[in-house]
Design a protein around this ligand. Structure first.
Ligand SMILES: Nc1ncnc2c1ncn2[C@@H]1O[C@H](COP(=O)(O)OP(=O)(O)O)[C@@H](O)[C@H]1O
Ligand SMILES: [Mg+2]
Length: 234
């Protein structure tokens, strides 16, 4: 579904991503893990069309989308839930959710998708008239995911959905991501909670200083001594 080849990107003269190759097949959950500043957000922003690549290509369903603007990628179903949630705190839960359905395709289905989203996240339905800024961290993460789902993604990219959450909420949030996946969503999951991410994902990529240094089945990565030393302190 997604094929990324020799992708390079950065900020001004600074190259942050040095030739990234990765693939995500339909129906898979794939995790991209790495330490702080490894380039995870830069990768997702480049895939989402927020940041222009300096080289390489991005194919989505066989179509070259490397130069497409962000909204055209969303229209095709490549949707980013950004790091830090980026909610509108003074708007209600429901208003934030509805903002996700801004493309033509999503807008046509908005009412039905909203019902599905509320079914998936009942706590958001209960709080639909509450200001988003007054939600707990876990609920805000849910709301960011819900808003992403309103865009009718075919591939959902989640950038650290568990950031800043307590261990219990980390598990609950990852479980919700798992539920979204079970309902047929393809997910590219960026996480620093390495164990949790690899448990949810079938495969993973390890990003270090802008390069993919390891990749494979999650079970193999979890058993790898180098990875355990680098990320789990084991
Ligand atoms: N807007 C920016 N301008 C300049 N450098 C940036 C910018 N955003 C990120 N960087 C740098 O790019 C590198 C990768 O950052 P980022 O992709 O956010 O990493 P991660 O998401 O893995 O923590 C870091 O060294 C960071 O300082
Ligand atoms: Mg990041």
């Amino acid at each position: 579904m997604l094929t990324v080849s020799d992708l390079r990107a950065g900020y001004g003269q600074l190259e942050v991503l040095h030739s990234i190759d990765l693939t995500v097949d339909a129906g898979e959950v794939v995790s991209l893990i790495g330490a702080n500043a490894a380039g995870k957000t830069t990768t997702l922003n480049t895939l989402a069309g927020v940041l222009p690549p300096s080289a390489g290509s991005i194919l989505f369903d066989g179509e070259d989308i490397t130069r497409l603007p962000s909204h055209a990628r969303v229209e095709r179903g490549l949707v980013l839930v950004p790091q830090g949630r980026q909610l509108f705190g003074h708007m209600t839960v429901e208003e934030n959710i509805d903002l996700g359905a801004y493309t033509k395709r999503a807008a046509r289905h908005a009412a039905g998708t909203r019902a599905e989203v509320f079914d998936l996240f009942p706590v958001l339905a209960d709080r639909r008239r509450q200001q988003a800024g007054t939600l707990s961290g876990g609920e805000q993460s849910m709301l960011a995911m819900a808003r992403g789902l309103m865009a009718k993604p075919r591939l959902l990219m989640l950038d650290e959905p568990t950031e800043g959450l307590s261990p219990l909420l980390v598990s609950q949030t990852m479980e919700l991501a798992g539920t979204v996946a079970e309902r047929g969503m393809t997910i590219l999951l960026v996480e620093q909670n390495v164990v949790q991410a690899l448990k949810r994902a079938k495969r993973g990529y390890v990003l270090e200083s802008g390069k993919i240094t390891m990749s494979g089945e999650s079970a193999d990565l979890l058993a790898d001594d180098g990875l355990r030393a680098a990320f789990l302190g084991l």
